[in-house]
Design a protein around this ligand. Structure first.
Ligand code: NDP
Length: 457
């Protein structure tokens, strides 16, 4: 993983938005990921506030960059050897102006305040873009689920929920999964919430098992949605995915289903990775085998190459050195830097869409846009997951269950609408084809208008 290398000097921002960024730097020292996410949004929305100065009144920007509430708590649990372990839990409730706080939980050793705040801040805009009436939040822990037994995972999740439950609820805050939090963890977390509160409150968690309140397509939604977004970007330019070599990083939830949808649309995904390195398979990824290795057996990615003659494992390196036309970073933040972008541009990449949250460093985004490569930021491209979570909330509230086909149609329609919103806003604010500016401006206007309507609170 790379670190931020470009300057985050407030002077690089238009004067109108500088005070909000200065407040972020002052209040959140040593939090580079959060600074990076705020800087990108403030730089993007400058054309909106220049044209509509009323958005600078009532401290809209200063309020937007300050979470409504931040919860940090101790998570003690007992490992299989009878030793007490202590982790730190987080929930940052960033904005509820458009609906209950909504955003995933991440269990990964790299989790800290900066990571959770960057993700929570991004989530405000992503959720606004979905137009599903959901606010922004994020949470997690520095707990590492790798190599832990099911019993250890369960005890950790129960301890985590022993504190978090009091801050959740279907009308208050609705978590979901993220890195390290999949079906198993969501089951344990939901079970403990039910036990403590004596309420089977389906709408307080999304990503549940389909047998107990979960929605069809939620598992697939983020990966599918990312590929749908690429399909839209290409379609408005009379291009298609068919036959194109697709580079995917990661091999978790988002990556697996991005590969699945790309294959269904006749593209050729040829890579997958994890933190140990990547595999490249010129015959095209064998998805059943990849799921067997990563989802069922929870093994390292090299095992895929051990079992597949057409594939090879490249340790300790990133997939971006492989030639391809479509790049889908689906692992984690800051996994694609300026050098990676240059390599992709040299090899003829046509479109990049972020399945992960903020996987591209600012210099990589700049390089893609300068080279005329279509670039979809995560807050638009990967919003299919949270949009389908909102569909899960609707089904829970109405005590309904929609079919897979129906849910997928709705997801597809939402991705088309988000593409349209970002595309139109980019043109409207003088930067046609710039989906970063388009997504940020379209989302900002929705959030800011609601904040103005609801008063200074
Ligand atoms: P998973 O835990 O299912 O998979 C994460 C994948 O990324 C694994 O292959 C993991 O490898 C790899 N990875 C994680 N951290 C690192 C790292 N520091 N360096 C290299 N590889 C790493 O997570 P998801 O697929 O759910 O999430 C992936 C990304 O998508 C995240 O940025 C998440 O925030 C974003 N996202 C997810 C959504 C969802 O619905 N799940 C919704 C929207 C965004 P290893 O096992 O070796 O760690």
């Amino acid at each position: 993983m790379s670190t931020v290398t470009h300057t985050l000097d407030p002077d690089t921002l238009p004067v109108a938005v500088r005070p909000a960024f200065e407040a972020v730097l002052r209040r959140n020292p040593g939090e580079p990921e959060f600074h990076q996410a705020v800087h990108e949004v403030l730089a993007s929305i400058a054309p909106v506030v220049q044209e509509h100065p009323h958005y600078l009144e009532d401290g809209i920007l200063e309020r937007l960059v300050e979470p409504e509430r931040q919860i940090i708590f101790r998570v003690p649990w007992m490992d299989d050897n009878g030793r007490v372990q202590v982790n730190r839990g987080y929930r940052v409730q960033f904005s509820s102006v458009l609906g209950p706080y909504k955003g995933g939980l991440r269990f990964h050793p790299s989790v800290n305040s900066s990571i959770i705040k960057f993700l929570g801040f991004e989530q405000i805009f992503k959720n606004a873009l979905t137009a599903q009436g959901i606010g922004g939040g994020k949470g997690g822990s520095d707990f590492d689920p790798h190599n832990r037994s099911d019993g250890e995972i369960m005890r950790f999740c129960q301890s985590f929920m022993n504190e978090l439950y009091r801050h959740l609820g279907e009308h208050t805050d609705v978590p979901a999964g993220d890195i390290g939090v999949g079906a198993r963890e969501i089951g344990f977390l939901f079970g403990q919430y039910r036990k403590i509160t004596n309420r089977h409150e389906s709408g307080m968690f999304t990503g549940k098992g389909t047998g107990w309140g979960g929605a069809e397509v939620r598992t697939e939604a983020t990966g599918y949605g990312t590929v749908y977004f690429v399909q839209e970007m290409l379609a408005v330019r009379n291009k298609s995915l068919a036959g194109r070599r697709v580079l995917v990083s990661g091999s978790g939830n988002v990556a697996l289903y991005a590969i699945e949808k790309a294959q269904q649309l006749d593209a050729l995904p040829i890579t997958a990775s994890d933190s140990s390195g990547y595999v490249v398979d010129d015959a095209g990824i064998d998805l059943d085998l990849l799921k067997e290795v990563k989802e069922e057996e929870r093994l390292r990615i090299s095992v895929y190459a051990d079992r597949r003659p057409s594939a090879r494992f490249v340790p300790g390196r990133r997939v971006w050195e492989v030639p391809g036309e479509i790049a889908l970073p689906c692992a984690t933040q800051n996994e694609l830097d300026g050098d990676d972008a240059s390599a992709l541009i040299r090899s003829g990449v046509v479109a990049v869409a972020e399945g992960a949250n903020m996987p591209s460093l600012p210099e990589a985004v700049h390089a893609f846009q300068s080279a005329g490569v279509l670039f979809a930021p995560g807050k638009a491209a990967n919003a299919g997951g949270v949009a389908t979570s909102a569909l899960e909330m609707s089904q829970n509230a109405a005590r309904q269950r929609w079919s897979f086909a129906d849910s997928e149609r709705k997801l597809h329609h939402i991705m088309q609408s988000m593409h349209e919103a970002a595309y139109v806003a980019a043109e409207r604010y003088g930067n046609p084809g710039d989906y970063v500016i388009g997504a940020n401006c379209a989302a900002f206007v929705k959030v800011a208008d609601a904040m103005i309507a609801q008063g200074v609170i």
